[in-house]
Design a protein around this ligand. Structure first.
Ligand code: ASN
Ligand code: ZN
Ligand code: CA
Length: 342
């Protein structure tokens, strides 16, 4: 790669001011992360074809923190991808998406009023729309969405779960699970960790709106809280609910998150969080739950793993990590039972 490592300042739209690792290319600075495998963040300028051009800047200060500043979405994506890289390295010893130390490209300002983001194996890249430029939706470069898309890359290079049927739901859930873990890992004051996905790109969010709700997936109106046979024919972003729900219960237990309990708009009780009445379910914490899911994904799951097999894979992973009949292995079994996977 050209240039030498430099440290810049990014004024993100939702994340506030963050440090970004860039390249000093002599005549300018570029959003190219030379300390994480050379991954770059590229400006698509509202086009949908090609790879765009690497964001470049004279003073290594990126954007002014508003949607009208093109560099701010770039800086936010660049930061989110670096943070996700650091999470997988610090927490799981994984060196990038393919565990080979090679960074990926992020494409920002894709299309016009595109309210979505996606991973593509073909370009080994992830792509972010601008939302509607801050009317109802900010650009989708927020941390949990960036982590979600980058995790699709990790899944593709590991279990490679087929993106349809129950394996597709597990693929989607893997992206939501690590998105939530990355948000906690980053520990930003402006975007504290939670089990909501996509809450930061909703303008004027009262606090209980999101794309997905891991503790009670059906709050989105479509996702599954509990396993039902035949659900594998539904959209993978809804069948993922069962595994998202499992992960929440494993990590946190049957505990209603702040802002969703009695007397709030959602008015949830612990009984609403489980499918089998087991309100005594206790969590083993995010760290252990994340390690169990990562080991299951990278060692035991295959492209066709279904929900029943995910139960077996995670129990095996917990047994490897914490011992046979350990509290952790028992908690994995109890959490699956609480979402109807027996
Ligand atoms: N945002 C979606 C996702 O990453 C895009 C898609 O449906 N492929 O799951
Ligand atoms: Zn996804
Ligand atoms: Ca979140």
């Amino acid at each position: 790669a050209t240039g030498t490592p430099a440290s810049g300042t990014g004024h993100g739209i939702t994340v506030g001011t963050v440090s970004v690792d860039t390249a000093d290319c002599g005549s300018n600075y570029q959003l190219k992360d030379l300390v994480r495998g050379g991954g770059s963040t590229n400006n698509m300028g509202m086009r949908t074809a090609g790879m765009g051009t690497v964001f470049a800047d004279a003073d290594n200060v990126w954007g002014n923190g508003t949607v009208s500043s093109s560099q701010s979405a770039g800086a936010e994506a660049h930061y989110g991808i670096a943070t996700t890289w650091d999470y997988f390295l610090d927490e799981h010893g994984r060196l990038g998406i393919a565990d080979d130390g090679v960074g990926a490209v992020a494409r920002v300002h894709y299309g016009r009023n595109y309210v979505n983001a996606f991973w593509s194996d073909a370009c080994f890249c992830m792509t972010f729309g601008d939302g509607d430029n801050g009317v109802n939706y900010y650009p989708l470069t927020v941390l949990d969405v960036a982590a979600h898309e980058m995790t699709h890359g990790v899944t593709s290079r590991t279990a490679n779960l087929i993106y349809s049927g129950e394996s597709g739901g597990l693929n989607e859930a893997t992206s939501d699970i690590f998105a939530a873990m990355v948000e906690y890992y980053a520990n930003n004051a402006s975007d504290p960790g939670d089990y909501l996905i996509g809450e930061e790109f909703i303008v004027g969010n009262p606090g209980n709106l999101a794309l997905r709700y891991m503790f009670k997936p059906s709050l989105d109106g479509r996702s599954y809280d509990c396993y039902v046979s035949g659900m594998g024919s539904d959209d993978v972003h809804y069948t993922s609910g069962v595994a998202n729900h499992f992960f929440y219960l494993l990590a946190e237990g049957a505990v209603v998150p702040a802002g969703f309990g009695a007397g709030t708009a959602d008015d949830l009780s612990p009984a609403d969080l489980v499918c089998n009445g087991n309100t005594a379910l206790t969590g083993i914490g995010r760290e252990k739950a994340g390690k169990i899911w990562y080991r299951a994904l990278t060692v035991y799951m295959t492209s066709s793993t279904n929900y029943a097999q995910a139960r077996t894979a995670t129990i095996q992973a917990a047994t490897d990590l914490y011992g046979n009949t350990s509290a952790e292995a028992n908690a994995v079994a109890a959490a699956w039972s609480a979402v109807g996977v027996n």
